[in-house]
Ligand binder design. Structure first.
Ligand code: ZN
Length: 358
């Protein structure tokens, strides 16, 4: 069974190629983060090596070993987890003691050494079956040297080897690499099938499945991670509360938040961009509610608050705020002064009640 949700056309085409023994030498799976690129690659690896009639069965020894990353003819290359130092954190518990925590961070790029090691491996015969599969996760993060070296391998592909490159941002790949691959695009999936999958496959209660399916923007990998990560959802709730209170807050409160976010941006850009994305979902929801399309909102667990807030703003005030959030995100990406950009955004948050007359 193909574990991927949706993507039926693409799976049908892979299935046909497999049945005819006409897999391409190299594929490029493109699509946003968490959309299911790795799951599709692993499922294809299983289908290629499965011992059952209906491939992939997910149960036979090769299928199981591929799923657990122990099958030697399926190799995954990606940016490595590197320890980036350790810190002492005080932990309060039954007694006071100190805990040593090691921080891991993804290395910046896929290195030439990783590609060379792979090239050595593919020069040998497959160990277990007659096919080898090389998955390059985050292919857009290959160093220039690594990309050029991989290109040579793709130009003269070794026998019995299939390459699968996974990329969220194919624009950062060498065009010569892209042209050597068969490109398959994975699209975000609608809320309905995702909710159903979360309930049936992961046993998530219906209300929660519906919320996660909306929050993940069509990329189920995010929702699956969130099932096991209460903290992420609690943080989202906290950030929404702070957004609502800012709509009622005075200038000094708003500037304090801008300063705090600007400092945070210096340390962790992604978390601030994520916060702005969350704000965007809130104002988009307000627009939907205002237009009588409440069933399509993202923040379904805040339906009542959204309905109440929607009465406080005019359509033009909501539209203006959406525009302002998008502009701020763009400015931050273009390295504008973060404090200044965020202060302007804060001043643009329309005040409740007053805004209706704007
Ligand atoms: Zn199998």
């Amino acid at each position: 069974m193909w574990q991927v949700i949706g993507q039926t056309k693409l799976i049908d085409s892979l299935r046909r190629s497999l049945a005819d023994g006409r897999l391409a030498h190299a594929y490029l799976f493109v699509g946003p983060q968490h959309v299911g690129k790795m799951t599709l690659a692993i499922t294809l690896a299983q289908a290629l090596n499965c011992l059952a009639e209906d491939k992939p069965c997910g149960e036979c020894p090769p299928c199981r070993r591929i799923a657990s990353g122990k099958y030697s003819d399926v190799q995954v290359i990606g940016r490595a987890d590197k320890p980036v130092g350790s810190r002492q954190s005080a932990v309060r518990g039954a007694g006071d003691y100190r805990l040593l925590t090691i921080d891991y961070r993804l290395s910046k790029e896929i290195s030439i050494d990783q590609i060379r090691e792979m090239q050595h491996n593919v020069s040998l015969k497959p160990y277990e079956g007659d096919q080898r599969l090389i998955i390059i996760d985050g292919a857009e993060h290959m160093s220039e040297e690594a990309a050029n070296s991989l290109l040579k391998t793709l130009e003269e592909p070794p026998p019995s080897t299939t390459f699968i490159l996974l990329a969220a941002d194919e624009g950062s790949l060498l065009p010569t690499i892209v042209s050597r691959c068969q490109r398959l695009k994975l699209s975000p999936q609608p809320v309905g099938p995702l909710t159903q999958a979360l309930m049936e496959r992961w046993g998530t209660p219906s209300e929660r499945a519906d919320l996660l399916a909306r929050l993940c923007h069509g990329c189920i990998g995010w929702a699956i991670r969130a099932i096991h990560n209460e903290e992420a959802l609690a943080k989202r709730s906290e950030h929404l509360d702070s957004l609502i209170s800012l709509s009622r807050g005075d200038v000094s409160e708003r500037f304090a938040v801008a300063a705090q976010l600007a400092t945070q941006f210096g340390k962790d850009r992604a978390s601030v961009v994520e916060r702005l994305e969350l704000w965007l979902t809130w104002w988009q929801d307000l627009l939907l509610v205002k237009n009588g399309c409440g069933e399509f909102i993202t923040n379904i667990d805040r339906r009542e608050a959204l309905q109440e807030a929607a009465t406080q703003y005019s359509l033009s005030a909501i539209g203006g705020m959406l525009q302002s959030i998008r502009e701020t995100t763009q400015q931050l990406e273009q390295n504008a002064n973060p404090r200044l950009a965020l202060e302007v955004l804060m001043l643009n948050i329309p005040l409740e009640r007053e805004a209706i007359y704007a």
